[in-house]
Ligand binder design. Structure first.
Ligand SMILES: Cc1ncc(COP(=O)(O)O)c(C=O)c1O
Length: 385
């Protein structure tokens, strides 16, 4: 049974589910004694392929989404002299994964409806140096991937989809990851399902799997299959520069236990988002907040975000929520403002600039009691009077 949040407890933004199935899976993997990448890592990949309804596509698990994005960037040959068009409005993990290759980030604005990269603005930023587009499914809402893929086809670009927030979301009946070019997921500590730390790349081209295995594991050509049998291949060649970012057996076991509950987690999260939306409809009518234009039907929400009409009030709302025992978060700051990216090329960013001031993330967990939701709702409503 999930542990309830008591009436007195401070309500955190995130609360991963670590119930008995999860701890039992971890314990059994520990007792098996094969701790590195192994059978369980492969089993997790195969189960992800089943969950995401992949046909030809394949999953390569990693120790984080950041590393998944990084090996995806290496796979497409991103490097010095290349440009990647990316939203400024996303977590810096995506930017760092790309810029680590030596490529330059070009910051692009987002569209106002779902706050994902705006395809019209992308097109304006393309030059002969552009090699890829980084698209992000903000909070679980699928980005406009079909349009981005059209643009990419026209200009011979690759599209890396950062679906760290969108595990279990669908678009037009297709699970995120089952269409598009390259998709990366996160199974970090607070994500919809967790492997403590972890991630995965989904490639649309099965021929890329070997390269991804090499990139994931020190450029080694032929050890992955042996490890998937809890064995080692002691004679191998090193065929490229690789990294070391595979998923170990204990995290994979935790991931398998989480995946078995993913449908329930997602169903609950959708219900809680609807409860919030219903409760805040009056605030929207009164012009205090803007809610996302979704019924959460095909969306697996990772976070619940309120958009304040008056961003100047966010600081006071955070303080007010704190006083009522409710934690909140900010997703995201504008990465174009970070010192490290000060020299990066960028387009005009009116939507990004407004969004970074307006967004406020409220608690959303895989299991929440009615009383917990009510405490959050009452705390928000009491701020607006
Ligand atoms: C949009 C986005 N992309 C990538 C990441 C990085 O994921 P990870 O922590 O698994 O490296 C995060 C982490 O929260 C994220 O929010």
């Amino acid at each position: 049974m999930p542990t309830p949040t008591t009436a007195l407890e401070r309500i955190p933004v995130y609360r991963p589910y670590l119930g008995p199935e999860v701890t039992a899976a971890a314990q059994s993997a520990l007792e098996a004694g094969w701790l590195g990448m192994g059978k369980l890592s492969q089993q997790f990949e195969l189960e992800l392929e089943r969950f995401l309804r992949l046909d030809e596509r394949r999953v390569v698990s990693t120790n984080s989404c950041t590393e998944a994005l990084h090996i995806a960037a290496r796979l497409i040959g991103l490097g010095p002299g290349d440009e990647v068009i990316a939203p400024a409005f996303t977590y810096v993990a995506g930017h760092q994964a790309m810029s680590r290759t030596g490529a330059d980030i070009v910051f692009c604005d987002i569209e106002d409806r779902f706050l994902s990269i705006d395809p019209a603005r992308v097109e304006e930023l393309i030059t002969e140096r552009t090699k890829a587009i980084l698209a992000v499914d903000y909070l679980g809402l699928p980005c406009q991937l079909d349009r981005l893929m059209e643009i990419a086809a026209k200009h011979n670009l690759r599209v890396i989809e950062d679906a760290a927030h969108a595990f279990g979301s669908s678009s037009k009946g297709r699970p995120v990851g089952s269409f598009g070019d390259i998709t990366c997921f996160s199974f970090g500590p607070v994500k919809t399902i967790t492997t403590l730390e972890g991630g995965a790349v989904v490639t649309s081209n099965p021929a890329d799997v070997q390269a991804l295995h090499e990139l994931r594991h020190l450029g080694i050509d032929s050890d992955t299959d042996a490890r998937y049998k809890n064995q080692r291949n002691w004679e191998f060649d090193v065929v490229r520069q690789g990294y070391r970012c595979h998923l170990g057996s204990v995290p994979a076991a935790i991931g398998l236990a989480q995946l078995a509950k993913a449908d329930e987690f997602i169903h609950n999260r959708q219900e809680y988002c609807r409860t919030y939306d219903k409760a805040f409809a009056g605030l929207e009518e009164a012009g205090h907040v803007q809610l996302f234009d979704t019924a959460w039907k095909d969306v697996a929400p990772y976070i619940y975000v309120l958009r304040l009409r008056d961003g100047a009030r966010r600081k006071d709302l955070i303080q007010h929520l704190n006083e009522h025992g409710v934690a909140s978060g900010i997703h995201f700051l504008g990465a174009h403002e970070f010192s490290f990216y000060a020299g990066s090329r960028r387009g005009e960013m009116p939507v990004t600039e407004a969004a970074t001031e307006q967004v406020l993330t409220l608690p959303l967990h895989p299991y929440m009691e009615e009383a917990t939701l009510s405490r959050v709702i009452d705390a928000v409503k009491s701020f607006f009077g």
